[in-house]
Design a binder for this molecule. Structure first.
Ligand SMILES: Nc1nc2c(c(=O)[nH]1)N[C@@H](CN(C=O)c1ccc(C(=O)N[C@@H](CCC(=O)O)C(=O)O)cc1)CN2
Length: 283
């Protein structure tokens, strides 16, 4: 039976530290300011943005949410980002993903000043991450949160066989870079990978981010593996579930994250921490 990694408690610990650091900045006359842009009406995105705003307020971080209509043009969104880039009162900018189909996500990411890039998605920051030059560099929040979990639970990565299932900008690619930087041997598998099961079965560390409910079954997992589930899916009854068949896989894994209360809560905590970091690096 595996040990369950408690993302909710760890997120609360990180928040407590962020609150202290926010207060210290404020005592020096600096109020960290995060701006989140939400384009359109996506239900899940509205919840995530509301949660970001509430968390920022709770920690003493100034938060502004800019809501733009679902028919916003790419040009209008880029103009808004340029305005925020110039605003000295703004330390961190995040555009909630996904965006409506008329807007090119890469152009939007490119438009954000790398020094105000709350998500760490800008190619300058991604490049620094892949070069393992991460001092004063924002890094994607979900993979950063997963690295905090490894640290907290003393899960060593050096020389381990790590497999990342999924190659997204938000999770898969930055996760692979962070694991590589931690001296793991990293394989990234995706929808075109042949014999995926043969590869996942060899993983000491398995990070799953496919967006497909219960994609990873127990027979694809090595005994004693550390299994990190980034999924946020709905089962046939509409209940929130992960990319991993938790009930069966927990009998094989040494550590496993649940959904909910695993990786998810870490994402917003790391965003808050990163807002403070960006603020500090800018002064
Ligand atoms: N610009 C970005 N867009 C998106 C990101 C991101 O990091 N940057 N990540 C996701 C959504 N996301 C934050 O934006 C996010 C997802 C899930 C959670 C979370 O706390 N999940 C809870 C369950 C919540 C629920 O009940 O629905 C959990 O797992 O316990 C936080 C943030 C896509 N877009």
């Amino acid at each position: 039976m595996s040990q369950i990694i408690d993302g909710k408690s760890l997120a609360a610990e990180i928040d407590a530290q962020t609150m202290v650091e926010t207060e210290q900045l404020k005592q020096n006359g600096i109020t960290p300011h995060l701006v989140v842009i939400l384009v359109g009406e996506d239900g899940a995105s509205q919840i995530y943005v509301r949660n970001k705003e509430r968390r920022a307020q709770k920690l003493g971080i100034k938060s502004t949410v800019i809501k733009m209509d679902s028919d916003t043009t790419e040009k209008e969104l880029l103009a808004k980002i340029h305005e925020l880039n110039q605003d000295v009162d703004v330390n961190a900018i995040l555009v909630q993903m996904p965006l409506p189909k008329q807007i090119d996500e890469f152009k939007v990411i490119m438009a954000i000043d790398p020094k105000k890039d709350a998500d760490g998605f800008h190619p300058v920051n991604v490049g620094r991450l892949f070069e393992n030059e991460i001092a004063q560099t924002p890094v994607a929040c979900t993979p950063q949160g997963i690295m905090e979990m490894f640290k907290k639970y003393q899960i060593s990565l050096d020389g381990k066989n790590a497999v990342v299932v999924g190659r997204s900008t938000i999770v898969g690619k930055p996760m692979a870079a962070l694991l590589l930087n931690a001296n793991a041997t990293v394989t990234v598998v995706h929808s075109h990978t042949k014999d995926l099961k043969e590869i996942t079965k060899k993983a000491d560390i398995l990070v799953v981010a496919t967006g497909i409910a219960h994609f990873i079954k127990a027979d694809q997992v090595k005994d004693g593996a550390v299994v990190i589930d980034v999924g946020m899916d709905r089962d046939e009854n509409g209940k929130l579930t992960g990319d991993v068949d938790f009930e069966k896989v927990q009998e094989k894994a040494s550590f496993i994250t649940p959904v909910p209360k695993g990786v998810g809560p870490m994402t917003i905590s790391m965003l808050m921490k990163q807002t403070i970091d960006l603020t500090r690096w800018s002064v």
